[in-house]
Design a binder for this molecule. Structure first.
Ligand code: OGA
Ligand code: NI
Length: 337
């Protein structure tokens, strides 16, 4: 392949060798069924206790859920998806100015996951941004398309608000003080991955993203409404989470699994690709500040319940995560007591 990214305008007729998974690791798409009972939580509901119960159930049974009436305006969401789309439509030379495969960069266009560490590549390009504090990072964001900075800044502010609300609800659903999670995570970082999955000539042989858990605290995912591709692992089976209008998919990240002493699951999920249509998604990640000390919440390790994980700082966890390949064992396993 002669370009660094997939979104070059070339339509491939065969899957290049470096994307082909060994037989045993392929997605087996025909065996995937639709997740019929994705928890959909209405955050506009006036009964807070009911919302908290639903969150508790969803986090224990699924590790993910969808939210509606979440407070992020429809206009903000539509503009975000449009500008993300316009970005990937830019001429290749324009995009390549932003290309980097160095995960420590705070703004970069890249491809696959970790091109220098992985054996097999993934059928994805992505734009990765740091988003908090905005005044620090917006200047380095793409200035093309021209409205990009404004639209994405707005989106980030509204999504962060939603993230805080969810963390309060999640804290309470664990029987903790409303501000418990916020207090432990400190001044939270916010990152964004704008994912672009081009049509793939042989979707049975590869992934957009292979099965992984998110290393952060909480992920707020905006899925393309037209094209499905997100799948989650439940009871050993991969299930498709089809996009639902006006909803975000929320998933618990590794840090909340550790903080909840394993009660809530950082769910395994993956993105599969298809032969006909490009797919986009926008993932927003809330992350503990670097020196945040992650340990199981005290009230959850009383009554003879042992701490499942040792204490660690987020910086330690994050560098471990990026030193590995995406589809290895759960990174948290390395922090078990
Ligand atoms: C991610 C992710 C899923 C998707 O970016 O971490 O899991 O549907 N994305 O794009
Ligand atoms: Ni993910």
């Amino acid at each position: 392949m002669d370009t660094k990214v997939l979104s070059s305008g070339i339509r491939y007729s065969n899957l290049p060798e470096s994307y082909v998974r060994p037989e045993s690791e392929r997605p087996r798409l025909s065996e995937v069924s639709e997740c019929e009972d994705v928890p959909v939580i209405d955050l506009g509901c006036e009964d807070r206790t009911h919302i908290i119960q639903q969150i508790c159930h969803a986090c224990m049974q699924y590790g993910f859920f969808q939210v509606i009436n979440h407070g992020v305006s429809k206009e903000t969401v539509e503009k975000m998806l449009q500008v993300a789309h316009d970005f990937f439509e830019l001429p290749l030379e324009e995009k390549l100015k932003l290309y980097s495969d160095d995960p420590s960069k705070t703004m970069r266009l890249s491809t696959s996951f970790n091109v220098n560490k992985e054996k097999v590549h993934n059928w994805r390009d992505y734009l990765r941004l740091h988003c908090y504090p905005l005044h620090k990072y917006v200047p380095e964001w793409p200035s093309n398309p021209p409205p990009f900075k404004d639209i994405v800044s707005n989106y980030c502010v509204e999504v962060r608000e939603l993230g805080y609300r969810l963390q309060e609800l999640i804290s309470q659903s664990l029987g903790l003080e409303k501000d418990y999670i916020k207090n432990v995570l400190g001044e939270q970082g916010q990152h964004m991955a704008v994912n672009y999955y081009p049509p793939c000539p042989e979707p049975e042989l590869t992934y957009g993203l292979p099965g992984h858990t998110d290393p952060n605290a909480l992920t707020i995912l905006l899925q393309d409404l037209q094209v499905a591709g997100l799948q989650v692992l439940k009871d050993g089976k991969w299930l498709a989470v089809n996009p639902q209008p006006d909803a975000f998919v929320i998933n618990i990240g590794d840090q909340l699994q550790a903080l909840s002493n394993g009660r809530y699951k950082s769910v395994w999920h993956r993105a599969v690709v298809n032969a006909d249509k490009e797919r986009m998604s926008v993932a927003s990640f809330l992350c503990p500040f670097d020196r945040a000390l992650i340990s199981p919440a005290k009230p959850l390790t009383e009554d003879g319940c042992e701490a499942v994980y040792r204490d660690f700082t987020y910086a330690e966890y994050y560098s471990k995560f990026w030193s590995r390949n995406l589809d290895q064992e759960h990174c948290l396993e390395l922090f078990k007591n």
